[in-house]
Design a protein around this ligand. Structure first.
Ligand SMILES: O=P(O)(O)OC[C@H]1O[C@H](O[C@H]2O[C@H](CO)[C@@H](O)[C@H](O)[C@H]2O)[C@H](O)[C@@H](O)[C@@H]1O
Length: 243
């Protein structure tokens, strides 16, 4: 059973997923709408939590910075493959010699199968989206699975109406563990909010470290707490800030 979360402790380290968590899911990755109030909310939380606020997303760091250019905290992008500390460029990523451009071209060729499919290239992988073609779910899973067998350094990452190839060495749980070693985060209670399969390992990691996790929306989860949607999460976060 998942319960409403307790108040955000002042000594928490806060980890926030982006799509489906801070912003509503949209028909396409570039169609999301960032609520007007979100940048100030994140800045207020960053002050209140002593700098211990991080975005943890499947999107790459550059993409997240386009949507939240003034976010003052750390950003773990590409499912934790990239970590950018407050305002700095991302740490270099070990890609195992991946030719990302060739991979993107291969997936674009596969996507020519149906013009409702959408390819999202990433610096260390690629996503094939089928939100506009739900009938192709099985085809996408199978085709990306076959492709994955040619890329031993990449792992299949199922997401909402999408299948991704991302570095095997990445993972939001690993990103959380790394961030928890940083001076602003160390010794704090990890609190993680997320909505997708990609968040489950990080939620488990937060709980195993004595913190808590909040699942946003419906669906099975390891999280012990739940809120219905990004608006409810924003209200819960705002309640932690002085009026
Ligand atoms: O880890 P997240 O911040 O939750 O990012 C996960 C993926 O989110 C994006 O795709 C999802 O959201 C899109 C916009 O709402 C939606 O159209 C798509 O169907 C969803 O899968 C993003 O495009 C991916 O790169 C992220 O990995």
């Amino acid at each position: 059973m998942t319960a409403t979360p307790p108040d955000l402790p002042a000594d928490a380290a806060l980890f926030l997923d982006f799509d489906g968590c801070l912003v509503e899911i949209a028909p396409r990755p570039d169609a999301i709408v960032v609520p007007d109030t979100l940048p100030a909310l994140l800045a207020g939380l960053h002050r209140r939590q002593g700098g211990a606020v991080a975005l943890v997303s499947g999107r790459d760091v550059a993409d997240l910075r386009r949507y939240l250019p003034d976010f003052p905290g750390a950003i773990a992008g590409s499912h934790g493959a990239e970590i950018a500390w407050q305002g700095a460029p991302p740490d270099p990523v070990e890609t195992g010699g991946l030719d990302a451009t060739a991979l993107h071209a291969r997936v674009r060729d596969l996507a020519a199968h149906d013009d409702r499919l959408l390819v999202e290239p990433k610096p260390h992988g690629v996503v094939l989206h089928y939100r506009a073609a739900p009938d192709l779910a099985e085809w996408v899973d199978r085709t990306m699975g076959e492709l994955a067998s040619h890329y031993p350094a990449l792992a299949l990452q199922p997401a909402k109406m999408a299948m991704e190839l991302r570095p095997k060495s990445a993972g939001k749980d690993r990103a959380l563990s790394r961030l928890m070693q940083a001076p602003d985060f160390a010794g704090r209670i990890p609190v993680y909010a997320g909505d997708d399969l990609t968040d489950e390992a990080a939620m488990a990691e937060a709980q195993s470290r004595g913190g808590f996790a909040i699942k946003i929306g419906a669906g099975p989860t390891v999280a012990r707490h739940r809120l219905p949607d990004p608006a409810a999460l924003a209200r819960w976060l705002a309640a932690a800030l002085p009026c």
